[in-house]
Design a protein around this ligand. Structure first.
Ligand SMILES: [Zn+2]
Length: 320
């Protein structure tokens, strides 16, 4: 192995933990994945130590060659302290993750919200590698967002900036969000919201392909709803048009506010539905200021599931 430093990037998700050893060019040398323990943060930290040991063994890298460990966590993080205030996905509250992992490994640690680490990954090695300002939207079960200006994540005073998922789209008439408030973007345009509307439509008198899809699989997925829309099923089209309309409005508001060079859209929902993304773009163009809309590029993410571990590595390279 060379004398250049290596970085460990770790992406803790509600389902799986991904860990990678990354070199100074931003290339993944080795990566590993394991199911996330739901017992608690101590158990997860033990898993992280195991993953780091295995990565080192696989890659024949010694501890001194590892400059640091970057960790992305879903939820509310204070990045300066590496402190997890709350992670609903993991069931964590008040976890001093940076201190704990530093104690266990003796290696410097940096912790960040996972939507922000995905944005940094795309900035370094993905769809944003030719710009300094971007917004990364992750469309999955929820709607995540990382805002990068001048190659720096916009954190806000406590680290919680960029919560586009809780931008109010239907504040008076909307349904209640997981955050407790009404009408958030997550309730109109997330994967969960699209499936919720699909399940509601099964109760309608109308004929729809969604009923066949549900009868065949006993469930309904975002992909099945997109597939039905592609076949011009009017019920499915209405569901995704409504969801896309609000996402386009949210992106237009965001673009008008911060005027980024690019909006990078990733996540499973975006990957599954070009038809959805086309409708989002149409809505965005309707509401963004012309001068902003003409110059912005809205592009798909390029790194898929690797964005988080690469972004975590970038943080180690840049900040530790
Ligand atoms: Zn909310």
């Amino acid at each position: 192995m060379s004398d250049h430093p290596y970085y460990v990037g770790i992406d803790i998700g509600g389902t799986n933990i991904k860990a990678a050893l990354v070199n100074h060019h931003g290339s993944i040398i080795n990566k590993l994945e394991m199911p996330t323990s739901l017992v608690g943060s101590d158990e997860v930290c033990a898993q992280l130590v195991d993953l780091i040991d295995h990565l080192r063994e696989k890659s024949v890298v010694n501890s001194p060659q590892i400059k640091g460990i970057g960790i992305g966590v879903p939820g509310y993080i204070n990045p300066a302290q590496g402190f997890v205030h709350e992670s609903p996905n993991l069931g964590w509250k008040n976890v001093p993750l940076k201190d704990h992992m530093h104690r266990l490994t003796g290696i410097p640690v940096i912790v960040e919200n996972d939507a922000n680490t995905a944005a940094l990954g795309e900035l370094w090695q993905g769809a944003g590698n030719d710009v300094d300002d971007l917004v990364m939207i992750t469309l999955g079960t929820g709607v995540g967002c990382g805002i990068v200006i001048n190659q720096q994540i916009v954190h806000g005073s406590q680290g919680f900036a960029g919560e586009i998922g809780h931008m109010k789209m239907k504040p008076k008439t909307g349904i209640t969000c997981v955050c407790g408030k009404k009408g958030c973007l997550e309730t109109t345009s997330s994967g969960l919201a699209i499936v919720r509307e699909g399940l509601k439509a099964l109760q309608l008198e109308k004929e729809t392909l969604l009923k066949q899809a549900y009868a065949a699989s006993g469930d309904l997925s975002v992909k099945q709803i997109f597939d039905a829309a592609k076949q011009e099923d009017p019920v499915a089209m209405e569901i995704i048009s409504e969801a896309a309309f609000y996402l386009g409005v949210a992106l237009a508001n965001l673009a008008n506010l911060i005027n980024p060079q690019k909006v990078v859209i990733g996540g499973g929902v975006a990957a599954a539905g070009q038809i959805y993304m086309d409708l989002v773009y149409a809505s965005f163009c309707e509401f963004a200021l012309d001068i902003i809309q003409r110059h912005i590029r809205i592009v798909p993410a390029q790194l898929g599931n690797d964005a988080g571990v690469i972004g975590c590595s970038w943080m180690v390279k840049t900040y530790l």
